[in-house]
Design a protein around this ligand. Sequence first.
Ligand SMILES: [Cu+2]
Length: 151
Amino acid sequence: MIRLFLFAMALSFATSSFGNAENIKIGDISILAPYAKATPVGARVAGGYLTLQNNGAKNDTLLSIQCECADAVEIHQMTHKNGIMAMKQLEQGLRISAGEKVSLAPGGLHLMFIGLKHQFVQGDTIKSKLHFEMAGDVEVTFNIVPLRGQK
Ligand SMILES: [Cu+2]
């Protein structure tokens, strides 16, 4: 009995340590662990990250993202050209092939919040609407994590 109780405690602690992060499903798409990086005062841009999993038999595409927190949200890819790192917008959206998982993470694919209307503060959350070609629209809550630290 005590063991069961401890297990339940551990479980609820593990869950709460993720704050408000939620894994969301819309149609065949799962959205896992969305988070954004905190920003210094006056910053104009912030990076957002998540994993998209397509559980279905049809390809889907993340076409656009909207957030009241920013003028625009773009899907970016890091590119290396002659040793110089740059970011390129995926103007056609981000393809998530049937049965595939696509991770957006620091140093690679990411969402870029551009023209921030307020600072992103560690511990807060921001809500964004993701628009998928097949799965439709879904609201996603991003946890804001320290600027440095989490990868
Ligand atoms: Cu970017």
